[in-house]
Design a protein around this ligand. Structure first.
Ligand code: ADP
Ligand code: MG
Length: 463
């Protein structure tokens, strides 16, 4: 496409973006972008540096996709190219073999396979940055990491299925895609399918509507390695579960590798058929936990190096101490600090400034530190019942309902598992907690008063 018309297309997309974001955001992140390539499949944007890409990908990709869809009347994969890079923009640029290891990178091995520049979602739907090389191993994730490595070295031959679970932003998707990409790197012809359970569900529904079940089944059942992310979204989807059950059996019987991820262990996924739960437990289940402080520092160093952001030890320590529960948030913090520096001729912000830049992230982080005891206290106080009633076996409605509300909040606001919550509420089992959660959720839908109370307690606790 001609340069002129590319500029015009970008102008239209940019205009749509302008309507969605603040002037400040637009000027900071979109004004300096150029559209450099456009075809039926891909749309490539040229950005001044890595941080733009990372920032846009993590904050504005959905918006950008919508704008593209509206302006072009069809979807495109959004790719990025770095301004001034010698390589012509390509959707999947080759790995930068000559990446110079930076001085700040002490703990991690050199990133050889991980493309550092302008990597973006490829035709496989996987992010080329999610490799084993770019993954920092700590005590919180070494078991899961080892299991993933073993699986990628011998798909279908070691742990099958491999089930990875853990909270948001702890590296589930990263590890799964690392398996996929390592498998492909070893054998380009392998059929690796990476998909979220939501996409699987949507594809399945489309296939039914379009009489295309045969094609759908072929796609999944002929995979050598099937990676299904966020399997918890299959909850309540009976027909999709049934379909997936058969997919699973076909692959398993054919000694093909299956890897699943979820935010909780198989037996805690609500409304998942028991036959699926038991199959998910056939192989190996590995948990990802939040990183400890050393690992957080190592992650920050490695990411800073790959983003070419130079940070002081003071800032690294500040970030590692204040952001504890979620690696994605750690990355987000780093990008903000990095973007501040890149807009200020490389001058790093003061700690006060960092605190200001990260205000919302730090608040979110504090929110996650809510304990079950705080929840019990607050709920008991609100309903004017005794704290002991939160754990007692007594079941009159004036006690049972507050207790159920507290269990609901415990599940929503903490990272505790269902069984642990049950334990904390007087040795109840995980089914009771699940029941309470569902009951309160339903009640919130039908009863304004309940919804108001829950959101009031939620706000109080999150302050
Ligand atoms: P999840 O799927 O568990 O929600 P992701 O895999 O998307 O989390 O990880 C969130 C972000 O944090 C990603 O950018 C990922 O690359 C990064 N990340 C998570 N864990 C690590 C790690 N141990 N080392 C390096 N990066 C990590
Ligand atoms: Mg994920």
């Amino acid at each position: 496409m001609k340069v002129n018309s590319l500029a015009a297309v970008w102008e239209a997309i940019a205009k749509a973006m302008k309507a969605e974001v603040s002037v400040d955001t637009f000027n900071r992140w979109f004004r300096d972008i150029r559209l450099v390539e456009l075809d039926e499949k891909n749309l490539t944007l040229e950005v001044p540096n890595n941080i733009y890409q990372l920032w846009i990908e993590s904050n504005y990709l959905g918006m950008l996709r919508t704008a593209v869809l509206v302006e072009l009347g069809g979807e495109r994969t959004i790719c990025f190219a770095l301004a001034g890079s010698a390589e012509s923009p390509a959707p999947n640029p080759p790995a930068a073999a000559n990446a110079t290891p930076s001085e700040t990178e002490e703990t991690a091995p050199a990133e050889s396979a991980a493309p550092r520049a302008a990597a973006t979602a490829t035709s496989t739907g996987m992010n080329p940055r999610n490799t084993f090389e770019s993954f920092v191993v700590g005590t919180n994730n070494e078991y899961a990491h080892a299991a993933c490595l073993a699986v990628s070295n011998a798909p279908g031959k070691t742990y099958n299925p491999l089930f990875i679970y853990g909270g948001v932003g702890l590296g589930k998707t990263h590890l799964m895609q690392a398996i996929g990409q390592a498998t492909l790197a070893r054998k380009r012809t392998s059929k690796v399918v990476y998909i979220t359970s939501e996409t699987f569900t949507n594809d399945f529904i489309d296939a039914i509507q379009n009489n295309a079940l045969i094609k759908f089944r072929k796609r999944y059942r002929q995979a050598d390695v099937l990676l299904i992310d966020d399997i918890q979204f299959l909850a309540d989807k009976g027909r999709t579960q049934e379909e997936f059950f058969h997919t699973f059996n076909t692959l398993f019987d054919g000694h093909k590798q299956i890897v699943l991820s979820s935010d909780r262990p198989p037996n805690e996924i609500a409304n998942l058929e028991t036959r699926l739960v038991s199959r998910f437990e056939w192989g190996l289940t590995a948990e990802l936990q939040p990183p400890d402080v050393e690992t957080r520092v190592a992650i920050l160093r490695k990411k800073a190096a790959s983003m070419e952001v130079r940070l002081s030890n003071e800032i690294i320590e500040f970030l590692a101490n204040r952001i504890r529960t979620n690696v994605r948030r750690l990355e987000g913090a780093l990008m903000r600090v990095g973007s501040y520096a890149s807009l200020n001729e490389g001058i790093l912000p003061s700690i006060e400034k960092v605190e200001h830049l990260l205000k919302d992230l730090l608040q979110e982080e504090a929110r996650r530190a809510i304990t079950i005891d705080q929840i019990k206290d607050r709920v008991a106080e609100y309903y004017d019942v005794r704290l002991a009633d939160m754990t007692s076996k007594r079941r009159p409605a004036n006690i049972a309902f507050p207790r159920q509300i507290a269990m609901y909040l415990a599940r929503e606001l903490t990272k505790t598992s269902l069984s642990e919550i049950g334990e904390a509420f007087g040795g109840r089992d995980h089914g009771t907690v699940l029941h309470a959660h569902r009951l309160v959720k339903d009640r919130m839908r039908t009863d304004d008063k309940t919804r108001q109370v829950v959101s009031f307690l939620d706000q109080q606790l999150s302050r």
